[in-house]
Design a protein around this ligand. Structure first.
Ligand SMILES: NC(=O)c1ccc[n+]([C@@H]2O[C@H](COP(=O)([O-])OP(=O)(O)OC[C@H]3O[C@@H](n4cnc5c(N)ncnc54)[C@H](O)[C@@H]3O)[C@@H](O)[C@H]2O)c1
Length: 333
C-alpha cells in the first residue's frame, strides 16, 4: 500500500511513520510537510534512508503540490496542522488557512485521485471543555470549540464529513486526547517541563495545577489510527482517550522520575479561558479491539529517558525560534 502522510515531520506524524515502517514493511510512505517551526527533519533522521520512505517539502494549502503528492496514493493519513493553542491566539488566520483550507485542498485532490481512504487526525478539543462532574466526551457530543485552534480543527472535521456525505469520499476521523512521548516539541507541557528540569530550571505550573487532561502515549495513538484504518467503518468518527491527570499530577510524576522536589515548581498566572477538563469515552474504538498498551507511568518514564538521551534533538529547538511566551505571556499549550 502507498500512503500519503501529511505533517510527518511533526510530533505525532513522525512517530506514526516510524511505527508504520516498522510494522508494515511492504508499504511505501510519502511524507508531505512544509517544515514550519514545528516540523523537524531531525525527527525523521532514523528512517530518512529507508527505501520505503520519501519526503516532499510542500504546503498542503498549495493545490499543485498536493496534486503531485497524491499520485498513486491509496491511503491518506492527515496530521498536518498548526497545533499550538497559544500560537492560535496570536495568529488565528494562519490556523484557519492551514487547518481548514489545507484540509479542503487535500480532500479535493483525494476525491480526484479516487483514494481508498482519507483518515483525518483530529483532537478532543473540538468538544470544548468539561466541569469536574460532567460526563466524558463521546462521538455524539456537540462541537463547542473555544479557541481559534480548536475551532479551525472543528472546521476541518466538518469538511471531512461533508466530503463523505456529499461525494462519498471514504473517510474516517479520530478525535484524540493529548499525546506525549519522544520528539515532542519542548514548547508543549510535558517536554517543556522535562527539558526545564534537565537544565536545572523551575517549571511554570498555571493556576493551582488543577486543570485535567488525558494523556496518551504517542505509539498508542499510532495503534489507534492503525486499528481504524484496518477495522473502522467508512464515514465514522472514533474518540481516542487515555488516563485523566491533573497538570499537578503530571508535574509530580516528572519530578519523581527525576528525583527532584516540589521546590522546582513555580506557580504562574492561569491562561485566560483555560479549558478546565477534557475526558473521553473511548468505548467505540475499544469495540474495534484497540486498547492503550502503555500506562502513563511507564510512558512517562520512557519519555524522560528519551529526553535525557537526546539532548542533541531538543537543545537547538530552545534557541532557534521566537518565544510564543513572550508575545502571549502564556507559559505553555
Ligand atoms: N499533540 C497532541 O496532543 C494532539 C492530540 C490530538 C490531535 N492532534 C492532532 O494531530 C495532528 C498532529 O499534531 P502534532 O502535535 O504532531 O503537531 P505538530 O505541530 O508537532 O506537527 C505539525 C506538522 O505539520 C506540518 N505543517 C504545518 N502546516 C503545514 C502546511 N501548511 N503544509 C504542510 N505541512 C504543514 C509542520 O511542519 C509539522 O511538521 C494535528 O492535526 C493535531 O491537531 C494532536
Amino acid at each position: 500500500m502507498k500512503l500519503l502522510i501529511t505533517g510527518g515531520c511533526g510530533f505525532i506524524g513522525s512517530n506514526f511513520i516510524r511505527y508504520w515502517l516498522k510494522n508494515h514493511q511492504g508499504d511505501k510512505i510519502i511524507n508531505l510537510d512544509k517544515l514550519t517551526y514545528a516540523g523537524h527533519l531531525s525527527s525523521t533522521q532514523d528512517f530518512q534512508a529507508s527505501l520505503n520512505y520519501e519526503f516532499i517539502q510542500g504546503d498542503i494549502t498549495d493545490p499543485e503540490v498536493v496534486e503531485k503528492a497524491m499520485d498513486g496514493i491509496e491511503t491518506v493519513v492527515h496530521f498536518a496542522a498548526e497545533s499550538h493553542v497559544d500560537r492560535s491566539v496570536i495568529d488565528p488566520l494562519l490556523f484557519i488557512k492551514t487547518n481548514v483550507l489545507g484540509t479542503g485542498v487535500l480532500l479535493d485532490a483525494a476525491l480526484k485521485h479516487k483514494i481508498s481512504r482519507f483518515h483525518h487526525v483530529s483532537t478532543d478539543e473540538i468538544f470544548g471543555h468539561l466541569e469536574a462532574d460532567d460526563p466524558k466526551f463521546n462521538e455524539g457530543t456537540p462541537y463547542k470549540p473555544r479557541t481559534p485552534y480548536s475551532a479551525s480543527k472543528a472546521g476541518s472535521d466538518h469538511l471531512v464529513r461533508a466530503y463523505f456525505e456529499t461525494y462519498q469520499l471514504p473517510i474516517t476521523i479520530t478525535n484524540c486526547a493529548n499525546n506525549y512521548g519522544p520528539y515532542h516539541d519542548p514548547e508543549k507541557l510535558i517536554p517543556r517541563f522535562i527539558t526545564n528540569l534537565l537544565n536545572g530550571q523551575k517549571v511554570p505550573l498555571m493556576g493551582e495545577g488543577e486543570n485535567i487532561r488525558e494523556w496518551l502515549y504517542v505509539d498508542d495513538h499510532a495503534r489507534a489510527i492503525e486499528k481504524v484504518l484496518e477495522k473502522g467503518e467508512i464515514g465514522e468518527t472514533y474518540c481516542v482517550g487515555a488516563e485523566e491527570k491533573t497538570n499537578k499530577e503530571v508535574t509530580q510524576n516528572i519530578l519523581k522520575i527525576l528525583g527532584m522536589s516540589e521546590e522546582m515548581v513555580e506557580y504562574v498566572e492561569d491562561r485566560l479561558g483555560h479549558d478546565f477538563r477534557y475526558a473521553i469515552d473511548d468505548s467505540k474504538i475499544r469495540k474495534l479491539g484497540w486498547v492503550p498498551e502503555v500506562s502513563f507511568e511507564e510512558g512517562l518514564k520512557q519519555t524522560v529517558e528519551w529526553y535525557k538521551n537526546n539532548r542533541s534533538w531538543w537543545e537547538p529547538l530552545l534557541n532557534d525560534r521566537p518565544s510564543v511566551d513572550r508575545e502571549a505571556q502564556k507559559p505553555y499549550g
